[in-house]
Ligand binder design. Structure first.
Ligand SMILES: [Zn+2]
Length: 86
């Protein structure tokens, strides 16, 4: 559903990855369950947007039951990135 953004953000030629842009292949891996070391099981998580950086949006995942941080990620193809470029 974000293909239209990719098409004009992505440079026509260049390194496909590790150049500050890897959104095309890394689409929507939003986790809904992650392993929580406190609960010792896979748990549903809440996703928080922590920071909007020039190279991507930083998210953090927290356990819905105990609130422990169970993961994070930087989304290089976030909507804010598209807005900044556009
Ligand atoms: Zn937990």
């Amino acid at each position: 559903m974000k293909e239209s953004l990719f098409s004009f953000v992505q440079p026509p030629a260049g390194p496909p990855r590790n150049a500050g842009y890897d959104g095309a292949d890394f689409r929507e891996l939003d986790a809904t369950e992650l392993y929580c070391p406190n609960c010792r099981r896979a748990v549903p998580v809440n996703k928080f947007l922590l920071l909007v950086l020039p190279d991507g949006d930083r998210y953090e995942y927290r356990c819905k039951y105990c609130g422990a941080k169970v993961g994070d990620k930087v989304d290089h193809s976030g909507q804010f990135y598209g807005i900044l470029k556009g």
